[in-house]
Design a protein around this ligand. Sequence first.
Ligand code: HEM
Length: 184
Amino acid sequence: MQGQKIHGSIFYLLKKFVAQELPPDSWDILCESSGTNSEPFSLTENYPIEIMNGLMENASKITGLDKHSLMEWFGQYLVNDLFFLYSDYIRPEWRTFEIVLNTEAVMHGAVRRLNSTANPPILNVSKVNEKLLIVDYYSRRKMASLAIGIIRGIAEYYRETDRIKIISMTDPDDERVQIRLEFL
Ligand code: HEM
């Protein structure tokens, strides 16, 4: 975990998430209790993952939610903003299946090209058949719960929640996590 960093845009969106979804003043309380003084987060810099983990641990205390549920919720929330920011890369005919299948090559690829400071996780997505995707997540930042939340948020965006089962096949705290997506 030592030396791992997260892009400022994710912190920026975390602040927006906390302001919109958590009780009033939560952001100030979180920053104070986590000893965070990096604010305002710059969109061209990266910040140590320990800051994210500290903010999340304290957000857990405020909400009573465990860290996985909180990360999933944040991931779900992120989708509208990510889609807005990277709309040029998303084809109108795509739905959850195609978005997940193309994230690594198209969206995360664009993030890496356009934003030299950002370093999204590697997602190896296998299309087993028309109704089954296997996502192999790999990142030393160990944020697979965020990935699960993002997938859930994409399904919500396309109103496909009822027809998609998202199952973490391995421990979401690991660096390598396998996520199974069944399309009913
Ligand atoms: C429009 C689609 C997407 C865009 C534009 C996008 C963009 C980004 C950006 C900018 C970051 C920050 C990278 C950094 O900190 O250096 C990130 C991180 C991340 N993305 Fe995506 N993403 C998209 C879709 C997805 C999907 C579909 C998944 C999951 C299947 C995913 C999983 C993650 C995770 C878990 C992280 C946190 C960092 C880590 O785990 O190492 N993203 N993404």
